[in-house]
Design a protein around this ligand. Sequence first.
Ligand SMILES: Nc1ncnc2c1ncn2[C@@H]1O[C@H](COP(=O)(O)OP(=O)(O)OP(=O)(O)O)[C@@H](O)[C@H]1O
Length: 477
Amino acid sequence: MGGLAVTSMTDPDRIWTEAAGRLRAEIGEGPFSSYIAPSAVRADGAGQLILVTPTAYARDWVRKNALRRMNELWLGLDGLSRRLEVRCRAEVGSPAPATAVVQGVVDTVVAAAAIPAATVAPVADGARAVRAAGLQERLTFDSFVEGQGNAFALAIAKQVASWADGHFNPVFFCGPYGYGKTHLLNAIAWEAQRLKPEAKVVYLTAERFLSTFVRAMQDRSTAAFKESLRSADMLLLDDVQFVGGKASTQEELLSTLTALIEDGKRIVLSADRPPTALSEVEPRLRSHLSAGLTCPVEPADRALKIAVAQNRLAAFARMGVVQGEAPREVLEQLVDRTPGSVRELEGAVNTLAAAAGMRLASLGVDEAAGLLGAALRGGPERRITVDEIQKTVAEHFNMKQADLLSERRTRAIARPRQIAMYLCKQHTTRSYPDIGRRFGGRDHTTVLHGVRKIEELLPADDQIARDVEALTRKLRG
Ligand SMILES: Nc1ncnc2c1ncn2[C@@H]1O[C@H](COP(=O)(O)OP(=O)(O)OP(=O)(O)O)[C@@H](O)[C@H]1O
């Protein structure tokens, strides 16, 4: 650690950076970069600190191998002696916030539909965390970096947040995982609420919409649930792709959206693809979703990634975690050797901050590479491709690459194919449709199914877990 003198801290972000840095030295780079670096600490509505892992598999790994030690480290640093629990993103709502009603302390949505304590709020101290009830404080327009791929989306987001009249409704942000859709929706909610404190701004993920609706049906409190949503002046629904499935919930969402639009209320949505490509969504709902403006959030280019890394390090400097600015070549190396989304990049920046600490400004490229170790992939030429994944998987399972692309559906071929699809989603930025095309022209729903199947099997099936670990090691070189 870069000489951080920490005796008693209370800011979870800082404690996390420090504790994770120490854990990294103990468990080694491989497990650290796979399971700890992509995780984040949040506080739920009751103030309980939760380590949110990207997948159920990572959660189980952390529980089994690192949680006890992490809590020991945490307790040694935390002035408030809190403990960490661990959950995966799917349990708390993806990627961090589950439901937020910006206005008021506990709004009717929370009260009526009994959204559980798992509702995730940003890390903040007690009262503020409850007030924010799910939005992340860090995700504002101020912290959003503008670049070529997101300038249009950002301009539209600001327009929506300003409550300007005469604009498209609904506004639908779409783009691949990890490039800022949730950030934009959070920023809109914060700004819209700031400009109109009396308005009711409701943010929730589609997953949370589903589970809350189902719970409300069981508790016979659907009327209160509907009312709480329909009284919103602005409704922001994140990750709409997860709304597919149950007809009754789609019907409910459709009628909520129709009622709000008819009343001139604002609707903002996000998904990993445009509404027209949401094939699991019922056609009538899909056409409502596409009726306004569809606004792409494109993958970040190099310049944007460098700016995001700079921005995040500046935030760490303000928190006192690092001192000074990282040299340009260090930043460039970090970005060039961290393929993947901005989310992955942030993981690498966190590692750098934790490892470099007060020495950030004087780091050389080689020293930075040494500190980051396995968190950096080998270099731009080491970027993992779909083709490479297919070849590695085929070799591992002693089959031909062509088998993975073929129509054959026997278990001996289908399972490795699903593993390969899962690895493509983990290690490349390809979208589901794109991966489908590269697997013999399959539909994106087949890829989605394959990826979910492996995510589901990983915690339960040791053999698959071993295969995935071995393949990940091979791919990372
Ligand atoms: N342009 C940007 N400026 C600053 N931070 C960004 C930017 N784009 C993405 N990020 C950061 O990257 C991380 C991932 O972004 P976000 O969660 O918004 O992605 P997403 O597109 O909603 O992904 P998902 O589809 O998984 O929900 C967040 O921590 C976010 O703050």
